[in-house]
Ligand binder design. Structure first.
Ligand code: GLC
Length: 736
């Protein structure tokens, strides 16, 4: 429909019909069985509100969507189609690695393919909008939702956020297989104090702008149709009611003019925050801050019309919000094609198709990170090996947002072994322990059956594992967090593997020192003891549908690991938040040199992470030359070229991610000791050498200066080039 007709439609609508478009309800109100991704508290929805609600969340199949859409439009006074939305975070029926793992591939283009495949499958189930990408920068592994983010670096996150928006939306969301993206959670939801979900966020505006805003901005500039406001406060005002954040920063400064949606019941939570006296004031403040759609609080449907009639808010402002919503429906082509791509035939055609499985396998292989390897990997054919651990025989290899994936369609490590006949005759599989202690209460978005195993049964499992380990030449242990120990409302104070698994590890280690570990997790874990004792550690995160095949391809050497950490692994939870792009402080501590004791440090652990951002090994080795600069002084508008010579010093073709970091040594605000500004993945044959060059100009040197303006300042800079953020390979230059 053309814009004039859209505005005519708006003109014809009553106030209640307009407000209806600003209300999102769970599919549960329309059809049992939709997925509930938030608290289903008592809501003030009237029947009329349900009939007029402009969008639906949580419907996850084409037949149901088509039935709901048909009934909805027949009942609607203007036959306006409903918007169907859901969290399609890392895949739909084909599940990809969690975004934190995808970030380790350092290949945004690959994640664009993952998002495009996810859009194709979700669209065939009738979804029009996904609540993704989650662009929250993360630094605190206690927070369960780090699994949803591409990681701790603003530059890398920005590339991923842009790529995912492009993958979901393509050139035009009207096209078949494309859905609208929603960048979330605006803003800085990833920085809750103490890593406790939904907790207060305390950031300076400089830190907010320098580290947290870039990825949201990148998604908006990529054309994201929607933004979701965060649950948390910014500058002591809840984001959902924060005019400065949503109108001044998001709308005016970043130029976002799409649809702004609240998070689940977040408008109602303005009351619990102590920011509003009651539901009516919450409606007024959320609307005043610019929230267009109220997700599942019921407050807009209850109070917005009255606020217009009492002239507290102007109907013209309502019209602007409703116009944005109708425009999104029009951009999706829903007025002409209200079912868009929804169809059971389409579901059969695209779900888990070979093309999507191939992408899932590549993403899972490239997101695995080899943290340690003293020669154990790849596995030796003919070597008597025991595969022990609860991750040997489970198909739960997906993240907590993957409820649309059917775990029955995911094969376990044990099941995939049959594809590696040259290895299987010498590999014995043993679960060894339950995944987690029985008393640990874990809830997900879909029902999770609990393994009820008695203490005696556990002892028996441990004894049997010990026997198998004794007979083996080497042991590979498949251990890790339960997949529901990360995700929303899953913060943890101790970020270790479940204690019953640690008992298994210790029992096996006592009888066989030749242990390697494949680690599954939705967050960086405290693996200090495992790291000391295991000869090799392959981090698999939660790798998705093709996870088992990816892991076996890496363990057998069919594929080589190439992942680089997107988030630091701490020595200890006591060190958190730990991240590479930190400040020097006035008393920097370098544990490689002798210094006085008055330093910014801990008495009991080093000042650095156990495994740093950007770190990861592969099956060959590389040497890197000193940094070479083509000049040592530049003026504004000029560029400097920094290069290194990289040589494959091992016996196997390898892929390395060469990373370029900048340090601004003196500036009008303190600057991080390093900032990632570029990276290049290169493939090098054994013995081959390649030169890798990076151009550095004002863009790479700019930041929010003390006067709040963005730009660079004259002075001395360092350019580091290495294979992880710990590199000390640098040269200095001057910006005049
Ligand atoms: C949840 C999450 C948000 C999600 C929304 C809808 O509470 O915070 O990320 O998109 O509800 O499921």
């Amino acid at each position: 429909m053309n814009d004039d007709r859209l505005r005519d439609l708006l003109e014809k609508m009553t106030l209640e019909e307009k407000v209806g478009q600003m209300v999102q309800i769970s599919g549960e109100f329309l059809e049992k069985g939709s997925v509930l991704t938030g608290p289903m508290l008592e809501k003030g929805f009237t029947n009329e509100a349900i009939c007029l609600a402009g969008s639906v969340i949580g419907i996850q199949n084409a037949a149901t969507m088509r039935r709901i859409q048909k009934n909805y439009m027949e009942r609607h006074p203007h036959e306006i189609p409903a918007l169907f939305m859901m969290d399609v975070i890392n895949g739909y029926r084909t599940v990809f690695p969690i975004p934190l793992a995808q970030g380790c591939a350092f290949e945004p283009d690959l994640s664009e393919k993952c998002s495009s495949a996810a859009a194709r499958e979700a669209a065939s189930s009738g979804i029009h909008v996904t609540f993704a990408p989650m662009a929250d920068l993360v630094r605190d592994a206690r927070w369960g939702r780090v699994m949803e983010s591409p990681g701790e670096d603003p530059y890398l996150n920005s590339l991923y956020c842009r790529a995912m928006v492009r993958g979901f939306q393509g050139e035009d969301i009207k096209y078949s297989g494309k859905i609208a993206a929603c960048v979330k959670h605006f803003a800085a939801y990833g920085a809750p104090v103490a890593g406790r979900d939904y907790n207060t966020v305390e950031l300076s505006e400089h830190t907010l702008r320098e580290f947290y805003i870039p990825a949201y901005d990148s998604g908006i500039k990529a054309g994201a149709e929607m933004v979701m406001a965060a649950f948390n406060t910014v500058n002591r005002i809840p984001s959902t009611g924060n005019k400065w954040l949503l109108k001044d920063l998001l709308r005016k400064e970043l130029g976002f003019d799409g649809v702004l949606i609240s998070d689940w019941a977040a408008i109602e939570e303005l009351i619990a925050h102590g920011y509003c006296n009651g539901r009516k004031e919450a409606a007024e403040k959320a609307f005043g801050a610019g929230i267009d759609i109220d997700m599942m609080s019921g407050i807009y449907s209850e109070h917005l019309s009255d606020l217009v009639r009492s002239e507290t808010i102007h109907e013209k402002e309502i019209d602007k919000a409703v116009y944005r919503i109708l425009r999104l429906k029009n951009r999706l082509g829903l007025f002409e094609h209200p079912y868009k791509d929804a169809g059971e035939e389409e579901e059969k055609k695209y779900f888990l198709c070979q093309k999507h499985r191939k992408i899932a396998l590549e993403a899972a292989e490239k997101s695995c990170v080899l943290l340690k390897n003293e020669g154990e990997f790849p596995l030796k054919i003919g070597r008597k090996t025991a595969f022990i651990g609860p991750y040997v025989n489970t198909n739960k290899l997906t993240g907590s947002w993957s409820f649309t994936g059917d775990k029955k369609e995911i094969v376990s490590i044990k099941e995939i072994l049959s594809e590696y006949p040259e290895y299987t005759e010498n590999i014995t599989c043993m679960q060894g322990s339950p995944m987690i202690e029985f008393d640990m209460e874990l809830k997900g978005f879909d029902e999770e059956e609990k393994e009820k195993i008695s203490g005696d049964e556990i002892e028996k499992m441990l004894d049997d594992a010990e026997e198998v380990a004794k007979e083996a030449q080497s042991v590979v242990m498949f251990l890790g967090e339960h997949f529901l120990q990360s995700g929303e409302a899953a913060s943890r104070a101790y970020i270790t593997i479940p204690s019953v698994q640690k008992r298994l590890f210790d029992r096996v280690y006592n009888v066989n020192k030749n242990i390697s570990v494949v680690l599954f997790s939705g967050r960086p874990l405290d693996i200090m003891d495992i790291s000391r004792k295991a000869n090799a550690i392959l981090l698999a995160w939660l790798p998705g549908t093709e996870g088992a095949r990816a892991i076996m391809n890496i363990l057998t050497g069919t594929a080589a690991p190439e992942g680089k950490l997107s988030m630091s692994f701490p020595w200890s939870v006591g060190q958190i938040p730990i991240f590479y792009n930190s400040d020097s402080t006035g008393r920097p501590y370098d544990n490689h040199i002798q210094q006085d004791r008055f330093r910014s440090r801990y008495l009991d652990i080093p000042n650095e992470p156990l495994y740093p951002f950007g770190y990861g090994l592969t099956y060959t080795s590389f040497s890197i030359s000193e940094v070479v600069l083509d000049r040592t002084r530049i003026s504004r508008g000029e560029k400097i070229c920094a290069s290194v010579l990289v040589k494959n010093t091992g016996g196997r073709t390898g892929i390395e991610t060469i990373q370029m970091y900048i340090r601004d040594l003196v500036a009008s605000v303190v600057r991080p000791v390093k900032e990632l500004k570029a990276f290049k993945k290169i493939t090098i044959l054994p013995g081959e050498e390649k030169t890798v060059c990076f151009d550095i100009g004002e863009q790479e040197l700019s930041f929010y200066k003390s006067d709040g303006r963005y730009g660079c300042e004259e002075g001395k800079f360092r350019v580091y080039i290495g294979t992880d953020s710990r590199t000390d390979n640098f040269k200095e230059f001057i910006l005049e």
